[in-house]
Design a protein around this ligand. Structure first.
Ligand code: FAD
Ligand code: NAD
Length: 466
C-alpha cells in the first residue's frame, strides 16, 4: 500500500520547503520531494547563499587590502581561494541541514528523489539508485524552480564556459573574465571575481545594465562599478563562444555591426534562467504552460487542473527567493481554507554588490508609461553623516510619491545597506503610507536610514541636510 498524504510539494527550494512547513503548521499531512540531495533549492545550494558568501568574503579581502588608505597598516594580504571556497561551503551546509531539521521538526515527510506525475493524485519518486516509490495525495504543489539558460550553440561546461554554478566554484582567479549579461548574476559574480583580481568585461545586449530597474539608479550603478574597475560593453550581441588554446574567445557584434572578439580565461553566461518542468510528466496529466514555458496559474496559484498548484520560479513573476517563499505561504493558506495573498507591488529586489542596490514598487519609467503624476524625493548618501563617517557615501535614495495623495508608489536606492533599508519602505507601502508619514517618523542618528527620512522630506522640498 502506498502512503497517502493530504499535500505533496515537489521541490525543496525556498518556495517548496516554506510551503511544506506552512501546510504542516496548518495541520495537513505533508510530504516534500527534492531531487538534488540537499534541501534549500537553487537559493541555498547554488544561488543566493553561496553568492552572498563570496560577495562578502571578496569584499572583506578588497577592504583589507585597502585599509592602509585609512591609517591601518596590515602586512601582506594574500588570497587563499580554496579556504575561501570552504568557508562558503560551510555556510551552505549549515543552512541546508537547517532546512532538513525544520522539515523534521514540523513533521513533514522528506523524500530524496525525483518526483513526477503518475496520475493527478499519484506521484512517482525515483531515488538516485532508481528505486521507485509511489505516494498518493489530495493536493500537489509544484515548486521545481528554474535552471540557467545558455545562448544558441553555446554549451556550458562549468569550467571555461560557466553558468552561475561554475562561477561559484572556480578553482583559480581567471586573469580575464567575460560576463555575458549585465543583470543580477553577471554583476554580482563579476564583482566577486573583479575584487579577487580578475579583469572583468561585461558584455550586454541592451544600451543599459539591469533591465527593468529605475534608469537613474541603473546609470549610477554602472558608473560606480566602472570606477571599481569593471569594464562595460553595451549594445554588444554575443554571437559565438569558442574554446582556444589559451582559453575562450567571445565573438560579438556591436550596434554598428562591427565584429569584436574578447579573449579570456573564463566566460560567464548570465542571460537569464528558465522554468524547470523537465521530467515532471506534465503533458500526461494536461497541465498548461504559457508562452515562456512557465506553468500557468490563477491568482490562487491553481493550475488549469483542480488540486494542482504551482509557485516560485516555475510560474510567472520575478525569479526571487522571497517571492517564492511568500507564494509558498499563500498557497498553503489557500489550500487550508484561509485567504493567502501576495502583493506583487511590494516585492523588493536587491543586488548585493558594494554598494547595494534595492528597489520596490514602481520605477519612474513605469509611472510615466501609466500616466500617473508623481513627485520625486531624493537624498544623497554624501550628505548622510553615518555614510560620511565610514567613507561609504556613494549613491542616493529616491522616493516616488503620488502627486495628489502623497502615497508612496516606489523607492529606489543605491548605497550602503540599501538591501536592509528597503524593508522600511516595504512596510510603509503595505500600510498605504504617504511620504510625509516616513518623513515624520523619528529615525536614529547617525544611521543610513536617515537618508530615507531625508528623501521623504525632499518629496515636499524640505530636506534639512541638502
Ligand atoms: P528553486 O530554488 O530552484 O528550487 C527548486 C528545487 O526543486 C530544486 O532544488 C530542484 O532540485 C528541485 N526539483 C526540480 N525538479 C524536481 C523534481 N522533479 N523532483 C524533485 N525535486 C525537483 N534570489 C533572491 O531573492 N536573492 C538572491 O540574492 C538571489 N541570488 C541568486 C544568486 C544566483 C547565483 C542564482 C542562480 C539565483 C539567485 N536568486 C536569488 C534566485 C533564487 O535562487 C530563486 O528565485 C529561488 O531559489 C526560487 O525558488 P524556488 O523554490 O521556486 O526554486
Ligand atoms: P537577468 O535577467 O537579471 O539578466 C540577464 C541580462 O542578460 C540582461 O541584462 C539581458 O539584457 C542580458 N542578455 C540577454 N541576452 C544577451 C545576449 N545575447 N548578449 C548579451 N546580453 C544578453 O538574468 P541573470 O543575471 O541570469 O539572473 C537570473 C535571475 O536570477 C534574475 O532575473 C534574478 O531574478 C535571479 N537572481 C537574483 C539575485 C538577487 O536577488 N540578488 C541574484 C542573482 C540572480
Amino acid at each position: 500500500m502506498s502512503e497517502k498524504f493530504q499535500a505533496v510539494v515537489i521541490g525543496g527550494g525556498p518556495g517548496g520547503y516554506v510551503c511544506a512547513i506552512r501546510l504542516a503548521q496548518l495541520g495537513l499531512k505533508t510530504a516534500c520531494i527534492e531531487s538534488r540531495g540537499s534541501l534549500g533549492g537553487t537559493c541555498l545550494n547554488v544561488g543566493c547563499i553561496p553568492s552572498k558568501s563570496l560577495l562578502n568574503l571578496s569584499e572583506e579581502f578588497h577592504k583589507v587590502k585597502n585599509l592602509s588608505n585609512k591609517g591601518i597598516e596590515v602586512g601582506e594580504v594574500k588570497l587563499n581561494l580554496p579556504k575561501m571556497m570552504k568557508s562558503k561551503e560551510k555556510a551552505v551546509t549549515i543552512l541546508t541541514k537547517g532546512v532538513e531539521f525544520l522539515l523534521k521538526k514540523n513533521k513533514v515527510t522528506y523524500y530524496r528523489g525525483t518526483g513526477s506525475f503518475k496520475s493527478k493524485k499519484e506521484i512517482l519518486i525515483k531515488d538516485k539508485n532508481n528505486k521507485e516509490t509511489i505516494i498518493q495525495t489530495e493536493k500537489v504543489i509544484i515548486a521545481t524552480g528554474s535552471v540557467p539558460v545558455s545562448l544558441p550553440n553555446i554549451e556550458i561546461d562549468e569550467k571555461l564556459i560557466v553558468s552561475s554554478t561554475g562561477a561559484l566554484n572556480l578553482e583559480k582567479v581567471p586573469k580575464k573574465m567575460v560576463v555575458v549579461g549585465g543583470g543580477y548574476i553577471g554583476l554580482e559574480m563579476g564583482s566577486v571575481w573583479s575584487r579577487l583580481g580578475s579583469e572583468v568585461h561585461v558584455v550586454e545586449f541592451l544600451d543599459h545594465i539591469t533591465p527593468g530597474m529605475d534608469k537613474e539608479i541603473s546609470k549610477e550603478f554602472m558608473k560606480i562599478l566602472n570606477k571599481q574597475g569593471i569594464n562595460f560593453h553595451l549594445q554588444h550581441k554575443v554571437e559565438n563562444v569558442t574554446k582556444s588554446n589559451s582559453g575562450v574567445i567571445v565573438s560579438t557584434s556591436n550596434k554598428e555591426g562591427n565584429k569584436i572578439n574578447f579573449e579570456c580565461e573564463v566566460v560567464l553566461i548570465s542571460v537569464g534562467r528558465k522554468p524547470n518542468t523537465d521530467g515532471l510528466n506534465l503533458e500526461k496529466i494536461g497541465i498548461e504552460l504559457d508562452n515562456k514555458k512557465r506553468i500557468k496559474t490563477n491568482e490562487s496559484f491553481k493550475t488549469n487542473l483542480d488540486d494542482i498548484y504551482a509557485i516560485g520560479d516555475v510560474i510567472a513573476g520575478p525569479m526571487l527567493a522571497h517571492k517564492a517563499e511568500d507564494e509558498g505561504m499563500a498557497v498553503a493558506e489557500n489550500i487550508a481554507g484561509q485567504s493567502g495573498h501576495v502583493n506583487y507591488n511590494t516585492i523588493p529586489g536587491v543586488i548585493y554588490t558594494t554598494p547595494e542596490v534595492a528597489s520596490i514598487g514602481k520605477t519612474e519609467e513605469q509611472l510615466k508609461e501609466k500616466n500617473i503624476k508623481y513627485k520625486i524625493g531624493k537624498f544623497s548618501f554624501m550628505a548622510n553623516s553615518r555614510a560620511k563617517a565610514i567613507d561609504e557615501a556613494e549613491g542616493f535614495v529616491k522616493i516616488l510619491a503620488d502627486e495628489k495623495t502623497d502615497k508612496v508608489l516606489g523607492a529606489h536606492l543605491i548605497g550602503p545597506h540599501a538591501g536592509e533599508l528597503i524593508a522600511e519602505i516595504g512596510i510603509a507601502m503595505e500600510f498605504g503610507a504617504s511620504s510625509e508619514d516616513i518623513a515624520r517618523t523619528c529615525h536614529a542618528h547617525p544611521t543610513f536610514s536617515e537618508a530615507v527620512k531625508e528623501a521623504a522630506l525632499s518629496v515636499d522640498k524640505r530636506a534639512i541636510h541638502s
